[in-house]
Every structure is written in structure tokens, then in C-alpha cells.
Design a binder for this molecule. Structure first.
Ligand code: PBG
Length: 329
């Protein structure tokens, strides 16, 4: 009689094929959404120092980069606009203009790629306001909820008109999804989907993004983004967004909030996305560049963990690198 264990989990780890066969989670290129920046006034792409390998694009370089992504099977891009400082004002009015930088970018990608690539777009004012907040502010600097909603409505309709397949309100104003859904429907854009930033935390992990968009923000967003200490609040936020008509809900950041992601994914009746944000990217890229971690393996491990926790889609600046690796396997 053997006294050794009969139940041997190591049997299923004995070689690469066995490990592959029993893998519970597999990444696919089409899981990824690539966030991209288009900036006004550039003659060539501008590297973002704190995000090595990520650029503020011109219209031309944007289209080339979208094509490169599509060739690797990444078929959704999420566009952010970087206006000229001189175009910023208190209400972010350049975001509504057809010839504003973001709507131009949306139109260019949609015209070139039709329905072969889905154009998603950030529906938020912070890149366009001179104070850098996601909404309009009163004299004391307080961000006003209900006064901001009509601007989001107009912005979403302008983005739909430019050709967006998916709008993504990220400003964390209460009622933003319902307001945008009604405005889109009234304008005849019933097919334009909404990916709601539902659980969006007031996170220091957005640091490099602020460089990427040339943010004018002084202070923080703690009166509208969530306290990192809270989980239950995210369940409420997701529930409200679903009731208001969100087609997707999103959790952001990703890796530090896998518990939140997992809790929402457990009961969500709509797809759940997670956003691996700029700071998550920067930390992996910086440690990788120093040889402190194996960048490729850390990248794939973190993306796998995000999917395992329940993400159906992952927004990541690594989208093309990760897809390329998957395609080579
Ligand atoms: C708001 C927005 C932000 C990010 C995505 N949408 C910045 C913020 O909330 O301050 C951050 C993305 C990232 O850090 O990668 N428009």
C-alpha cells in the first residue's frame, strides 16, 4: 500500500500540451480594445514619455496604427482627443464640433475602416476643459452633475454623427447613461452602443494618462470618481448603468480592482470590460525596460488574470503587443 498521495494535481501540469488542454482561461486578440490618442496641431506622432511605445497620433499615424492593430486581430479602438490648449474653455466646447480633433479622428477611422474596425470614443469633457474637470464647475470649483449632462448628450450625438460605433461616458456623473441613451435615440442613433465606465475609481494609476492628454487638471476627481476603499458602491454603479441602458459596463483600473471586476461579472447581464490603465502599463513597461521583470510574461500574466477575474473585453495599451504574441503561438 502506497502512502503517497493518490490525488496528484501535478499530473495535469506535466507538459505544455497537457497544460494547454486544461487551461481555464485563454486570451484572444479580439478580447482587446486599444486606447489611442489623436492630437491637434502635430506634424508627426509624439511619443508619451511615461508610456513608452504609446504616441499622440496625427490623423495619418492614427490610421496606420489602427491598420496595424486590425492586422493583428484587434478590432476595437478607443479614441481620446488632445486639443490645442488655446481651444480649451470652461465647457469643453471644442468636443462638440464636427471639426474638433476627436470627432475628426472618429470620422477618419470610420471612413477608412467602415465596420471592419469598431470605433469607440471617450465621451468626457476633461480633455477639452481649461480646468481639466469632467464636467462644468461652479464658482467654487464644484463639479455640477445635472448641468453637465446636456453637454454629454450633445457630445455623444456629435460622436455618433462622426461615425462612432460605441460611445463611452467616463465622467462618472449620475444619470449619464440614461441621458446619453435618450439623446442618441432621439437623434436616430439607436444602433450606437454605450460602454459605461461604471466602476471608475479616483486612482493614482491614471498619472501617465494625464501626460498623454496634456491634462489641465489641478486637484483631483474625488467628488465624482469612487473611493478605492469601496466595493459595494461599484455594484450599485453597475446596476444603475445597466438599468439606464448600458450595453457594456466597465471596471477601471483593472489589476488592483480584480475583486470588483469579479463581483460585477458574477451577476452582470451585459458584457463586462476592464481597463488596464496608463499607470498599470507604465509600471510594467518601466520594470521591463530595466530588466527587473520579464515584460512579455508580466504583460500576458496580468491580462490573463484580468480575463480570469471576469473581463469579457480588456482595454489595454498592450493590445497589439499581446495580440502579436498570441498570433505567433
Ligand atoms: C477621462 C478618462 C481618464 C482615463 C480614461 N478616461 C482619466 C481620468 O479619469 O482622470 C484614464 C485612462 C488611463 O489612465 O489609462 N476622460
Amino acid at each position: 500500500m502506497s502512502t503517497f498521495p493518490q490525488r496528484r494535481p501535478r499530473r495535469l501540469r506535466q507538459n505544455p500540451v497537457m497544460r494547454e488542454v486544461v487551461a481555464e482561461t485563454a486570451l484572444r486578440p479580439q478580447d482587446f480594445i486599444l486606447p489611442m490618442f489623436i492630437a491637434d496641431g502635430l506634424t508627426e506622432p509624439n511619443p508619451i514619455t511615461s508610456m513608452p511605445g504609446v504616441y499622440q497620433h496625427t490623423e495619418d499615424s492614427l490610421l496606420r496604427a489602427v491598420e496595424e492593430a486590425a492586422n493583428e486581430g484587434v478590432r476595437v479602438v478607443d479614441l481620446f482627443g488632445v486639443p490645442l490648449d488655446s481651444d480649451k474653455d470652461a465647457t469643453g466646447s471644442v468636443s462638440l464640433k464636427e471639426d474638433g480633433i476627436l470627432n475628426r479622428g472618429v470620422a477618419a477611422v470610420r471612413q477608412r475602416f467602415g465596420d471592419d474596425v469598431l470605433v469607440m470614443v471617450d465621451t468626457c469633457l476633461d480633455e477639452f476643459t481649461d480646468h481639466g474637470h469632467c464636467g462644468v464647475v461652479d464658482d467654487s470649483g464644484h463639479v455640477l452633475n445635472d448641468e453637465t449632462l446636456p453637454l454629454y448628450e450633445q457630445m455623444a450625438v456629435a460622436q455618433a454623427r462622426a461615425g462612432a460605433h460605441i460611445v463611452s461616458p467616463s465622467g462618472m456623473m449620475d444619470g449619464q447613461v440614461a441621458a446619453i441613451r435618450a439623446a442618441l435615440d432621439d437623434a436616430g442613433y439607436t444602433d450606437v452602443a454605450i460602454m459605461a465606465y461604471s466602476a471608475k475609481y479616483a486612482s493614482a494609476f491614471y498619472g501617465p494618462f494625464r501626460e498623454a492628454v496634456g491634462s489641465s487638471l489641478q486637484g483631483d476627481r474625488r467628488t465624482y470618481q469612487q473611493n478605492p476603499a469601496n466595493l459595494r458602491e461599484s455594484l450599485l454603479e453597475a446596476q444603475l448603468d445597466i438599468e439606464e441602458g448600458a450595453d457594456f459596463v466597465m471596471v477601471k483600473p483593472a489589476l488592483p480592482y480584480l475583486d470588483v471586476l469579479s463581483a460585477i461579472a458574477e451577476s452582470s447581464p451585459v458584457p463586462v470590460a476592464a481597463y488596464q490603465v496608463s499607470g498599470e502599463y507604465a509600471m510594467i513597461a518601466a520594470a521591463g525596460a530595466n530588466g527587473w521583470v520579464d515584460q512579455e510574461r508580466v504583460m500576458m500574466e496580468s491580462l490573463t488574470a484580468i480575463k480570469r477575474a471576469g473581463a469579457d473585453q480588456i482595454l489595454t495599451y498592450f493590445a497589439v503587443d499581446a495580440a502579436r504574441l498570441l498570433n505567433q503561438r
